[in-house]
Design a binder for this molecule. Structure first.
Ligand code: 6CM
Length: 254
């Protein structure tokens, strides 16, 4: 009995970071690298078919109209600059499952399907039904990572990727399953004060968000595009305000 207790307490429930032998390991690294390369190669601006659908100064959302077999799969990109929070804080809250329902306005519910490691888990989002389409859900792994400067030019950033996957314990039986590849990448800009410690007044977070979502079945394009135009800016505003509020009395997490 004693031995069993020792064994169970000395082994963590899940590894600190995902083992290279895990089936998702390559997919996760490939997804992270392709998002980082895309960020460095393609500035978020109105060109090559990208159209700005919301411009609120510090927050801009762009889309590119695209259809696959008559289903709209418009990729979305957004940039948002927020004072008083760090990239680590923004990514931590975007990734954290326990507070997701506090800022997610488009979900009926969500649950964790499996923890893969301390930085990666699989979860299921049940999305609010949008009339007249069928209700949707999503199943995806979420991975958080700090990326150090690759060179003098490269950014030091935090990144979260939410990427659709399959899982034997969550088959798509009840809802139409959407598939997605979503990334949130954050850089922290520090303007040190002339004297004294760095406070929240001296930090700004530059957020880049990209979402490629396939609604996974018939969806009326005009309704879907209206939902995106309304919901993506709302999400970024609501989520970043949530992070500002959660962190305002806490020590800065660099
Ligand atoms: O990225 C966001 N949230 C993350 C955590 O939940 C996660 C989820 C992404 C889901 C993106 C789905 C977009 C909504 C799809 C609506 C489909 C309804 C079909 C109806 C057809 C008429 O990455 C924030 C997501 C903000 C979405 C606006």
């Amino acid at each position: 009995e004693k031995k069993r207790i020792v064994e169970s307490t000395s082994k963590p429930d899940h590894a600190i970071s995902l083992s290279s032998s895990h089936p998702f390991y390559k997919e996760i690294n490939d997804a992270i690298n392709s998002h980082l390369n895309r960020l460095l190669m393609e500035p978020v601006e109105e060109k090559d078919g990208w159209v700005c659908i919301a411009d609120q100064g510090d927050l801009k959302v762009f889309k590119r109209e695209l259809e696959e077999n008559g289903i709209p799969i418009d990729p979305m990109k957004a940039v948002c600059t927020v004072k008083g929070i760090t990239g680590h804080e923004v990514c931590q809250y975007f990734w954290a499952f326990d507070t997701r329902m506090e800022w997610e306005a488009t979900l009926d519910n969500c649950h964790v399907v499996e923890w893969l490691s301390d930085d990666t888990f699989v979860s299921n989002n049940v999305i609010k039904r949008v009339w007249p389409a069928s209700q949707r859900d999503a199943l995806f792994w979420s991975h958080i990572r700090h990326v150090s400067k690759r060179n003098d030019e490269g950014p030091d950033c935090w990144i979260v990727v939410n990427y659709s996957c399959e899982h034997p314990e969550c088959q798509p039986v009840k809802y139409v399953r959407i598939t997605m590849n979503v990334a949130l990448i954050c850089e922290t800009i520090i303007e040190p004060p002339a004297s004294g410690d760095i406070t929240r007044k001296n930090i700004t977070c530059k957020i880049t968000y990209t979402a490629d979502v396939n609604p996974g079945g018939w969806a009326p394009a005009s309704v879907l595009r209206a939902v995106y135009k309304r919901e993506y800016p709302k999400f970024l505003r609501r989520f970043t305000e949530f992070v500002v509020d959660k962190t305002k009395d806490k020590p800065i997490l660099f």
